[in-house]
Design a protein around this ligand. Structure first.
Ligand code: ADP
Length: 474
């Protein structure tokens, strides 16, 4: 599974969302502030410049500067100054905050330029306006104290009063919103990073406690998702391995139990009869021979069991190597079958061999395969009644050779067709004890075939006979 989303993209997304919100809030405050300034100052200026305003120099100037109507100006604690042509202050009315007696031309020009856009100019402390009387060649300067003007109750502006408050609230609000956004950002990021990490951690903890059924449910489609997927895969593998280990441990225990059981019975019998022979001197010849036969039969059984066990552990050993040679498998089978023909005839087994005349070459170990296929043929002879039909066929395909050993005898139950290849699995013990098998034959066959890189399988059912198929690579 590939990460369709990357953590870096995720962080970038969260960052962008937060930044956009921040930017939006910034815009709201920025334009809000501008709007506030605009609503504050334009109306003031417009109000001042309205024709009937007695606060603007242009509106109140008259030829006789001493007769200028300053009532409104004085009401708001403003004052006027009259400058003659040399810019000397020749007359003042009202209480001037800054007492001046002379202006320079430069200074007045600057003031005029500043004012030129509107009728008045707002400075830090006062608002001023200038008018010039051409006829009498004098200037009228009107000064209105900023604070006093707006706080004296006459033209009080509620909006203006809240400007400072507005800024403080705005900054506070901005800080609060900034903090909230940062918290949201942290939460978003932590949900995407911490949550899957926690899930992983819990998974690891469960595994370390031995709970291999634990799986983690990381839904993210980023690297965490991949990690979770890999983690689950790893746990599945560990669980599989653990089950396999448990199974092989169980198999080993069962094998030891089966071996000891299978060795114990003939040994007990040998011990009992030899004891009888040693301690009982009154036995007649017939009895003695009978007991000796039983001892011999049981010792042969023990020998067979040990030989088969030895063979099995040899073939199963990883150190065991087949001596593979490219040989004609048809010739090999003909030679092998020839050995069993006398026994088959003796037991009235009807045999039929479909082995091609032409040579079919395959890579195999002569001795081992002899043992593997020999087991199948001898089983068919051993476990089935007279007149059973036994077919042996060889078929060649492009890369494989198929060897079929089939009989129409008593068969093996269908549900045992896989288990029968495990050590000591027999169809029923009574059937087996009569025929004297060790229960290791088919296990040895399977081990040898698999060592060759081939497969063996059984199709069978009770009273329908057995069909063993061996598939070998050429
Ligand atoms: P054993 O040494 O007992 O023959 P195998 O592994 O060769 O052990 O066979 C396991 C069991 O499978 C036998 O005990 C027998 O009951 C059954 N069996 C194997 N081959 C045949 C067959 N051709 N027909 C019927 N039963 C068979």
């Amino acid at each position: 599974m590939r990460a369709r989303k990357k953590i870096s993209n995720l962080l970038l997304k969260n960052y962008l969302i937060s930044s956009l919100i921040m930017f939006f809030i910034f815009l709201v405050f920025f334009f809000g502030t501008i709007a506030m300034w605009v609503t504050l100052y334009f109306p003031i200026n417009m109000m001042m410049s309205s024709e009937d305003s007695k606060l603007v120099a242009e509106n109140i100037i008259s030829k006789e500067y001493k007769e200028i109507d300053v009532e409104e100006i004085l009401k708001v604690n403003g004052w006027i100054e009259i400058l003659d042509k040399d810019l000397k202050v020749v007359h003042t009315k009202g209480k001037a905050e800054v007492k001046r007696s002379q202006y320079s031309r430069d200074e007045l020009d600057k003031m005029l330029i500043k004012m030129s856009a509107q009728d008045m100019f707002t400075q830090e402390k006062f608002i001023y306006s200038i008018a010039y009387d051409k006829e009498n060649d004098f200037y009228l300067l009107v000064y209105l104290p900023n604070d006093k003007y707006f706080n004296n109750g006459i033209k009080k502006s509620p909006v203006f009063i809240s400007v400072r408050l507005f800024f403080i609230t705005a900054i506070l609000l901005y800080i609060i919103i900034f903090t909230i956004i940062m918290i949201i950002y942290a939460k978003l990021t932590s949900r995407n990073l911490t949550k899957p990490l926690k899930e992983l951690m819990n998974g690891v903890k469960s595994i370390s406690k031995g709970d291999y059924s634990a799986r983690i449910n990381v839904r993210s489609r980023n690297e965490f998702g991949n990690l979770g997927y890999a983690f689950n895969l790893m746990v599945e593998k560990i669980e599989e391995e653990r089950k396999l280990k448990e199974k092989s441990e169980e198999n080993r225990r069962r094998l030891i139990m089966d071996i000891s059981h299978d060795l114990k019975n003939p040994l007990v019998s040998i011990r009992g009869y030899s004891n009888l022979l040693v301690n009982n001197h009154n036995l007649d010849e017939e009895e003695r021979i009978k007991y000796l036969n039983i001892i011999e039969k049981n010792s042969i059984r023990i020998n067979d069991l040990i030989t088969d066990l030895f063979e099995l552990s040899k073939f199963e050993s990883i150190d065991f190597e087949l001596s593979l040679k490219k040989e004609n498998i048809c010739e090999f089978l003909r030679e092998l079958i020839a050995i069993y023909i006398p026994t088959m005839e003796e037991k009235n087994i009807e045999y039929n061999f479909a082995i091609p005349e032409k040579a079919i070459y395959a890579n195999f170990d002569y001795y081992s395969l002899d043992r593997a296929i020999g087991n199948l043929i001898s089983n068919s002879i051993r476990y089935n009644p007279p007149n059973t039909k036994l077919n042996i066929e060889v078929e060649e395909f492009e890369n494989i050779v198929k060897i079929v050993v089939q009989d129409n005898g008593i068969g093996i139950p269908k549900d045992l067709s896989e288990d029968i290849f495990n050590p000591f699995v027999r169809v029923d013990t009574s059937r087996n004890s009569r025929s004297g098998g060790t229960g290791l034959g088919l296990t040895i066959t399977k081990t040898i075939v698999e060592k060759h890189g081939g497969r063996v399988y059984l199709e069978s059912d009770i009273d329908k006979g057995c069909k063993f198929t061996i598939v070998l690579n050429k």
